[in-house]
Design a binder for this molecule. Structure first.
Ligand code: NDP
Ligand SMILES: O=CC(=O)O
Length: 322
């Protein structure tokens, strides 16, 4: 008898066909997330779950009596309670590498949009304000040859560093808990302690995972150390920043602007003060959201699932569970 897999995110036909060759599939294909109650009701009859952002917590795991594998369609897995999964012996996988270039492209888009004020000027043209040469008060700032500080120089950070060094001749420094010797020797990016990076960078990119250690890693005190002319970019997870501290820092002009793909609460609430600030560019968590890359991520998640259900080691088991 075929094993049963539940997929709670829309997937393309190619991935459906790939999975159905080996397993019996049930799909939740609505644009809105599956309600938690319904997921808990359904999950006892499944061996596998392919998910995008469902919370895989203790309550879910208790209900998932036959579950063997949970496969996340994303590289970040802060929606997983890793300690609870360890105790359950369920295999958990994610989708690293396939999205790195795409997310790095988006991050450069955010850097450029923020420094060159692209959304604001786009609106200026559309609102019919372009009647003479653009006033100096609307000029942006250079990106090329500036200093980029990356907090979290991992797979995606490296791709951003490459773009910054090769395409924009930027001075790139980074902070991690451990040294990334490859990026130092290949690109000449240099390691700096966090304080030094905060004090000297023109652009500060946050690219760590969200963990207990990184929760509110950047708070008001961190913004106080940054240059008043600096731009803060976050494409990691909203909770790696203390969002109230960021709002405060922007209101007090401790930094010049921010480019944000991720927020404390997603979707963002419309009364969030960040949405009223001209010097803040906001995106709806779309780092990996191109048609090509999302399809590749879904295929990768499906491969991880089938490998695990066959008893093989999946290509991308979450490292704490390896
Ligand atoms: N906006 C979007 O759409 C997307 C967001 N993301 C987010 O980006 C994150 C990073 O992805 P990826 O590059 O693949 O991950 P990696 O694991 O490859 O890189 C993460 C880096 O963060 C560093 N890091 C981890 N913990 C700390 C810490 N406490 N202090 C300082 N540095 C730390 C790690 O170095 P070390 O261990 O040496 O400290 C590592 O270099 C994902 O977890 C996800 O949350 C990912 C894809 C798309
Ligand atoms: O945020 C997206 C991810 O892949 O992580």
């Amino acid at each position: 008898m075929k094993k049963r897999v539940l997929v709670t995110e829309p997937i393309p036909k190619s991935v459906v066909d790939y999975l159905e060759a080996e397993v019996e599939l049930e799909r939740w294909s609505h644009p809105e997330k599956i309600p938690k109650g319904l997921l808990l009701q359904k999950i006892p009859s499944f061996h596998g779950l392919i998910t995008f952002k469902d919370n895989i917590d203790q309550e879910f795991l208790q209900a998932a009596s036959q579950l063997e594998v949970v496969s996340n369609i994303s590289v970040g897995y802060d929606n997983f309670d890793i300690e609870a999964i360890k105790r359950s012996k369920i295999i958990a996988t994610h989708t690293p590498y396939v999205l790195d270039e795409t997310v790095a492209d988006l991050i450069f888009g955010l850097i450029l949009a923020t420094a060159r004020r692209i959304p604001e000027l786009h609106q200026y043209v559309r609102n019919g304000k372009w009647s003479k040469s653009v006033d100096i008060s609307l000029f942006g700032h250079n990106v090329h040859h500036k200093k980029l500080g990356i907090i979290g120089m991992g797979r995606i950070g490296e791709k951003v560093a490459r773009r910054a060094k090769v395409g924009f001749q930027m001075d790139v420094c980074y902070y991690n808990r451990s040294r990334n010797h490859k990026i130092e020797s290949e690109l000449g990016a240099h390691y700096e302690q966090m304080d030094e990076l905060l004090k000297t960078s023109d652009f500060i990119l946050l690219m760590t995972p969200l963990t207990e250690q990184t929760y509110h890693l950047i708070d008001y005190e961190a913004f106080r150390k940054m240059k008043r002319t600096s731009f803060f970019i976050n494409a990691s997870r909203g909770a790696v920043v203390d969002e109230a501290g960021l709002i405060n820092a922007l209101e007090n002009q401790l930094i010049q602007g921010a480019g944000l793909d991720v927020f404390k609460q997603e979707p963002i609430q419309l009364n969030n003060p960040l949405l009223k600030m001209e010097n803040v560019v906001t995106l709806p968590h779309i780092g990996s959201a191109t048609a090509e890359t999302r399809e590749e991520m879904k295929l990768f998640a499906a491969k991880n699932m089938l490998q695990a259900l066959r008893g093989d080691t999946p290509d991308a088991v979450i490292k704490e569970l390896n």
